[in-house]
Write a protein that binds this ligand. Structure first.
Ligand SMILES: *Cc1c(COP(=O)(O)O)cnc(C)c1O
Length: 398
């Protein structure tokens, strides 16, 4: 447990207890259990003196309001950080955080297993601004030290990686970065801020898409970046204000509500995913299952060392087969609609095209890679659906 002082003094409590209590203050709102939604742009002042008083908590809706304060302090507490900023999407929080700390001429070390839109931001926007982006093998561990140059200012991680779920040795990478005065950031979306505590391991900024497990119901888009110290937070917040990063009070409210039940939802997602993953592992049509909680997953050991639990996100690699076989598998599924995002209550499938998104460790597999979000359905029903899919796959292979 972190020794850091949190704003609400809940630092001694466990994660589940924190999720219930953090970011709440019923006494301030007539005893309402939850914060009322405060839609806001203008904040009014009774006098010139009040307007000129710099100690005002809220000055303008975009810069800070009761909903952003409630969510940001809550998530900072969960992630054992100092404070946080929010943005209208996970990608918005990622780009806001990176832009707040890099400048032209900098060298950025970026994880090769990064969320593809983050990669596109690096290859397009950052390179256009004169930032040198170098992708590194997610499993590089302490070997990252050899990649650090004089102009390296930021090492960016994502653990587990998108689609293939390699777990990075975050403590080793953060330690190497610290030794050379290089800043670290991580995309912590997979853990929801609950299952892994990057800041405890020395990471400076932990970013996540609140769209996923925090939201949990596929009905909001929001992102958050948590800073380790007041100094980091000041730069992060200034960067956010400068580019107008902002989350709407309605989405903040939904995200706060999602936080309350995230732990139980994730636990069930993970339990269901394990049942499905263990079944998938035994199917001859499936070459590999990517899910760190499986004992056979190459990242199992690191996941067990650093994570306190799992979620429902996994991927499968189908055996190399004619295109029609993968199509027949996917198209006939009844409980796995094709869709982006994850972390909701429902199961989803998203095809992956990793040959386009890997450069440090090129993707050479020929079979179809499919990401599955295992939802809150009965896992037995999901297995029946997948089994029928594999029957169609076999038929198409003949
Ligand atoms: C979805 C996702 C994001 C982006 O989140 P949005 O809210 O959709 O912008 C960032 N990182 C990871 C790992 C994701 O899966």
């Amino acid at each position: 447990m972190s020794k850091k002082k949190s704003k609400t003094g809940h630092e001694a409590l466990g994660g589940n207890t924190k999720l219930v209590h953090m970011g709440r203050n019923p006494d301030a709102y007539f005893g309402l259990a939850n914060l009322p939604v405060g839609r806001v742009s203008t904040i009014m002042y009774p006098s010139l003196e009040a307007y000129e008083n710099p100690s005002h908590k809220f000055r303008y809706g975009r810069v800070g309001n009761p909903a952003s304060e409630a969510f940001e302090t809550a998530i900072a507490e969960l992630e054992e950080g100092c404070n946080a900023i929010t943005a209208s999407s996970g990608l918005g929080a990622i780009t806001t955080a990176i832009l707040a700390f890099v400048k032209s001429g900098d060298h950025l070390l970026m994880c090769d297993g990064i969320y593809p839109p983050t990669r596109q931001f690096c290859d397009d926007t950052l390179r256009r601004m004169g930032v040198e982006v170098e992708y590194y093998d997610p499993l590089i561990g302490k070997g990252i030290e050899k990649r650090i140059r004089k102009n390296t200012t930021l090492i960016y991680m994502e653990s587990p990686c998108s689609a293939t779920f390699e777990v990075q040795d975050v403590p080793a990478i953060a330690a190497a970065a610290k030794k050379h005065g290089v800043m670290t950031m991580i995309d912590n979306s997979w853990s929801g801020g609950l299952l892994f505590k990057p800041i405890r391991h020395g990471v400076n900024v932990s970013v996540q898409s609140a769209t996923k497990y925090i939201g949990g119901h596929s009905d909001l888009t929001m992102g958050v970046a948590v800073a380790d110290t007041e100094k980091t937070y000041k730069t992060l917040k200034r960067g956010a204000v400068n580019i107008g990063a902002f989350a709407s009070p309605d989405d903040l409210w939904l995200a706060l509500r999602g936080l309350r039940t995230m732990a139980v939802r994730m636990k069930q997602n993970a339990q269901n995913a394990m049942v499905v993953a263990q079944w998938l592992e035994k199917q001859p049509e499936i070459k590999r299952v990517f899910y760190p909680p499986l004992k056979n997953d190459p990242s199992h050991k690191l996941w067990k060392r650093d994570f306190s639990g799992a979620n429902g996100l996994l991927a499968i690699l189908l055996k190399e087969a004619p295109k029609k076989a993968a199509s027949d598998f996917v198209n006939g599924l009844e409980l796995f609609p094709i869709g982006s995002s994850w972390g909701g209550y429902e199961s989803l499938l998203q095809p992956q095209y990793l040959e386009k998104y890997r450069s440090a460790v090129p993707w050479t597999e020929k079979g179809a890679c499919l990401r599955l979000q295992i939802g809150l359905e009965d896992p037995e029903d999901l297995i029946v659906d997948l089994e029928k899919g594999l029957e169609r796959f076999r038929k198409a292979c003949k």
